[in-house]
Design a protein around this ligand. Structure first.
Ligand code: PMP
Length: 364
């Protein structure tokens, strides 16, 4: 089969080993003579897989007993709503740090539920993450929580270090950098992420939550929307997305085999530097969207001198076996997503293509 290098923003590339293993087990999952999709979520085979996947996240993130890990559905988008439904009380404020379109969407949902408000400064073009010193400590008598997006998939910016707000819970949307680096676990009280960028396919949403926060959640909302309902049943309150959990579990095993989160972090830093170096050495032919100090290791966003060159870049890159490089419509230009499963070889291939494209077009 001809090789295609996948730079999609999500759903995105999966490790080849993961696809191979799923393929090998297609008609016989662990001796059942059935595909995993055909088995009951109450079966022994699925139950073992489900528990092992939860355990793998615990072990990769080095989580102690004060955290619960949940497998939910509805993507990060449902979390935008569940977070305020559970934790935003009538007389307090949910503070939202705005660093891009996804944090704005999260705030929009909070406003449906209660008093959601922007917290701290925000860059009008979303090129820059505010620095930790630009925020005051939120007063717990005023704020129920602070919410932020760790990596801005569309703009290609990422917090290099998460701010510490010691007196109120910090709730984070980590959809596009989950398990891509060794995140200090005391930097959040609740984390949510769809699996479809760094951890597997779409369909399963991972929530890591402090147990003491679960207990504080609202009790008058529908049971299904309470975190405690899923925590009490080990994420088997209802039928989980069994196939997505299976693919997630294979991806988690692969991350372990690669050396865990520290190895992912080193590799992702190295990969993104290859592309940022080409941008920086192109005499402004390639222009990075993000300010240098806010650059994402996951989504490298950049523009070219003209629309015509942008179209030519996309067309030629596709002809040379690369997919998914077109930028999001709100930024334009190009975006290379370099998640965990994007191999170094793919990034080197793109690096070489960018250098050649620059040499051929720099005088146009
Ligand atoms: N937050 C971020 C940072 C994202 O990148 C995305 C998806 N691109 C979402 C939220 C929305 O996720 P979902 O489509 O899984 O609801």
């Amino acid at each position: 089969m001809e090789q295609v290098y996948n730079f999609n923003a999500g759903p995105a590339a999966l490790p080849k080993d993961v696809l191979t293993e799923a393929h090998e087990n297609w008609f016989d999952f662990r001796g059942t003579k059935a595909n995993i999709m055909e088995l009951s979520h109450r079966s022994k085979a699925y139950d073992e897989l489900h528990k092992a996947a939860l355990e793998r996240i615990r072990s990769l993130m080095n989580l102690d007993d004060s955290y619960d890990v949940l497998f939910l559905q509805g993507g990060a988008s449902l979390q935008f709503a569940m977070v305020p439904m559970n934790f935003l009380s009538k007389d307090k404020v949910g503070g939202y740090i705005l660093t891009g379109s996804w944090s704005k969407k999260a705030l929009r949902e909070a406003k449906q539920v209660g008093h959601g408000e922007q917290f701290g400064p925000s860059d009008s073009e979303f090129r820059k993450i505010p620095s930790a010193t630009e925020f005051h400590q939120p007063d717990p008598k005023v704020y129920d929580y602070i919410h932020l997006t760790t990596n801005n998939t569309i703009y290609g910016t990422q917090w290099q270090e998460l701010p510490a707000f010691s007196d109120v819970p910090v709730l984070i949307d980590s959809s596009s950098d989950f398990l891509s680096y060794d995140m200090p676990k005391d930097s959040f009280d609740l984390l949510y992420a769809g699996a479809q960028k760094n951890a597997g396919p779409s369909g399963v949403t991972i929530v890591v939550i402090k147990k003491e926060l679960i207990e504080k959640g609202a009790k008058e909302i529908p049971h299904f929307l309470q975190y405690r309902t899923h925590a009490e049943k080990n994420s088997l309150y209802h039928t989980p997305p069994t196939f997505s959990v299976y693919m997630l579990s294979l991806t988690l095993k692969w991350i372990e085999q690669q050396g865990g989160l520290q190895a992912m972090q080193e590799r992702n830093t190295y990969k993104s530097n290859l592309i940022y170096n080409v941008i920086d050495q192109s005499n402004n032919f390639y222009k990075g969207w993000a300010s240098i100090e806010s650059r994402s290791k996951m989504n490298v966003t950049f523009t070219l001198p003209s629309e015509e060159l942008t179209r030519a870049f996309i067309k030629e890159s596709e002809k040379e076996g690369m997919m998914g490089l077109k930028g999001h419509r709100s930024v334009g230009g190009l975006r290379a997503s370099l998640y965990n499963a994007v191999p170094l070889e793919a990034v080197q291939y793109l690096e070489d293509f960018m250098k050649r494209f620059y040499m051929a077009n720099r005088n146009k």
